[in-house]
Write a protein that binds this ligand. Structure first.
Ligand SMILES: C/C1=C2N=C(/C=C3N=C(/C(C)=C4\N[C@@](C)([C@@H]5N=C1[C@](C)(CCC(=O)O)[C@H]5CC(=O)O)[C@@](C)(CC(=O)O)[C@@H]4CCC(=O)O)[C@@](C)(CC(=O)O)[C@@H]\3CCC(=O)O)C(C)(C)[C@@H]/2CCC(=O)O
Length: 215
């Protein structure tokens, strides 16, 4: 009923305290026991971005992926993002080497490329990654077709990312693209959330956690 319930004034206003309590709640409720320590930190931040403590059950990763991705960022690797939403979510102040954060989806050449290649704009945008792919950290949060295309590019020898954070969301191709990444026979380091769940916020949260040792 309107006018009843908690008074509007009673809520936590201290940002640091909100983060502290959130992370404590996640650590109390999520089953992080099976995760390496560095990945547990990443998982906490990803759960923080989506509110689902059971996300851990769908995580899959290649051994050492967090260390590999962090080393690449420390060495100045660019972060290649499928969606501007992912790129916008990356906290620049956390990046260890003022890393470039690149999303080519809005490039004016992309609509024509997509028509010519008969694919989505998200996948066509990766054609403009060719000279940046080697040693990069790739974050796919939205588009399954981008993740599929990335794997094709790697197969074609276009370049080899240092690590791929593959968490596209959705119903058509999302689960399959993540299975393809996790099953890649190219030894490409990866982190995925299997199934339909994912999203730009999760991809950005993973980058933010890997980028900095601060919570
Ligand atoms: C099929 C697509 C899906 N999009 C999803 C969810 C969201 N997408 C948003 C927005 C704003 C954008 N999505 C595009 C990437 C657009 N989405 C697609 C495509 C049609 C194909 C991608 C694919 O299947 O691989 C794609 C267009 C394309 O040709 O590539 C976007 C570019 C469309 C546009 O506005 O131009 C745009 C991204 C903009 C950017 O950030 O750079 C949503 C915010 C939806 C909304 O607008 O309401 C939402 C965001 C989800 C997120 O966390 O990222 C799905 C569900 C992922 C879906 C793919 C799978 C499916 O089952 O449908």
């Amino acid at each position: 009923m309107s006018g009843e319930g908690r008074a509007v004034g009673e809520y936590v206003r201290d940002g640091a305290e909100i983060y502290r309590r959130s992370f404590a709640t996640i650590r109390a409720e999520a089953d992080l026991a099976g995760l390496p320590d560095d990945l547990a930190r990443v998982a906490v931040r990803m759960i923080h971005a989506c509110g689902m403590v059971d996300l851990v059950a769908d995580l899959a990763w290649s051994p050492g992926v967090v260390a590999v991705a962090r080393a690449a960022l420390l060495a100045g690797a660019p972060i290649l993002c499928d969606a501007t939403m992912v790129a916008s979510g990356v906290t620049r102040a956390r990046l260890p080497a003022a890393n470039e954060v690149l999303c080519t989806l809005g490039d004016p050449r992309v609509p024509d490329l997509a028509r010519r290649l008969g694919t989505t704009r998200s996948a066509a945008a990766l054609e403009l990654w060719r000279d940046r792919l080697d040693g990069s950290v790739v974050a796919v949060g939205n588009a399954p077709t981008a993740l599929f295309r990335l794997l094709e590019l790697v197969r074609e020898g276009a370049g080899r990312p240092a690590a791929v954070l593959g968490v596209p969301v959705g119903f058509i191709g999302a689960a399959e693209s993540k299975q393809a990444l996790a099953g890649n026979g190219d030894g490409l380091p990866y982190l995925v959330v299997h199934g339909r769940r994912g999203g730009s916020a999760l991809a950005a949260a993973a980058v933010n956690a890997i980028a900095s040792e601060k919570d």
